[in-house]
Design a protein around this ligand. Structure first.
Ligand code: CO
Length: 285
């Protein structure tokens, strides 16, 4: 099990380095998403969720649509969040690439992640991890995004306990040896909260209720291989909006709308997956 998480992590580690060179003004976002997802498969894993490419005040859940023509622009703050799995065992990592003047915001998320990882050892609580992240935000004069969190994993489930908050919580969970989870501080010059926009490109199957409509059955057959993991609308051969909306209304699909900072201020992100060992946390991504 651990070896499978590690293999997924090893693959992402390599792609992280390559993707940094790809993200520059004029490069198409779709090209980067397809590069990441293609490379994950080429190296022997599968995407655990669509490659998220979120710009500026958008914090998460953005991924290009089919035939997306958008390109990165000078000034963009680009967050790339990627996940890979081997037989359902997931690794998850994210980087922020600054094409403008957000150096401090990017550094703040990176320092918070580094310091949070440094204090981890068996016996510490998620409250202390959150406190560390929040205190780095304060030092830089920014805020963490309070309603986005790191998370554990279960087979084919990308967000499972323990929840790793980006601030001090009253009752934390005790970290134990052998736990595997992702820590992902998001930092912002804004209010520190995200809310949902209407655009949605990412979905997952949440119920196996039978459906009658032929086109709905075709979509469900196509995404069956992702099990409970999120998939992109652009991965479907025929992404019919009206059918997808009905599947969401019927409680068969869950939608992941784009999450945007409420004051429309830029957001940075840094993320690694770690394994807790006797003497501390080991980064696997
Ligand atoms: Co994550």
């Amino acid at each position: 099990m651990i070896e499978k998480h590690e293999k997924a992590g090893e693959i992402l580690k390599q792609i992280r380095e390559e993707v940094v060179k790809l993200v520059k003004p004029e490069t198409k976002m779709l090209e980067v998403a397809e590069f990441v997802e293609g490379k994950i498969a080429e190296l022997g894993a599968q995407p655990a969720f669509p490659c998220n490419i979120s710009l500026n005040e958008d914090a998460a859940h953005c991924t290009p649509s089919k035939n997306d023509q958008r390109a990165f622009k000078d000034g963009d703050l680009v967050k790339i969040d990627m996940g890979a799995h081997v037989d359902g065992y997931i690794a998850d990592t994210a980087i922020t690439i600054d094409l403008g003047e957000h150096g401090e915001l990017v550094e703040c998320a990176e320092v918070a992640l580094k310091k949070a990882i440094e204090i981890i050892e068996p016996g510490i609580t998620t409250s202390e991890i959150g406190e560390e992240i929040e205190s780095v935000a304060k030092e830089f004069g920014f805020k963490p995004v309070y309603n986005l969190t790191g998370h554990g994993f279960m087979p084919y489930i990308a967000h499972a306990p323990p929840t790793i908050y980006n601030y001090r919580v009253e009752k934390g969970i005790k970290i134990e040896e052998g736990m595997i989870f992702a820590i992902e501080p998001f930092m912002t010059s804004g209010a520190g909260r995200v809310s949902e926009r209407s655009e949605t490109e990412i979905y997952s199957v949440v119920s196996s209720k039978p459906v009658r409509m032929r086109m709905a059955r075709e979509i469900l057959a196509e995404v069956e291989k992702h099990k409970t993991l999120p998939f992109a609308k652009r991965w479907l051969s025929n992404p019919r909006e009206i059918i997808i909306s009905k599947l969401v209304r019927d409680g068969i699909l869950r939608a992941y709308p784009v999450l945007t900072e409420v004051t429309r201020e830029p957001v940075s992100q840094a993320e690694h997956t770690v394994i807790v060992e006797e003497n501390g946390a080991r980064i696997i991504t």
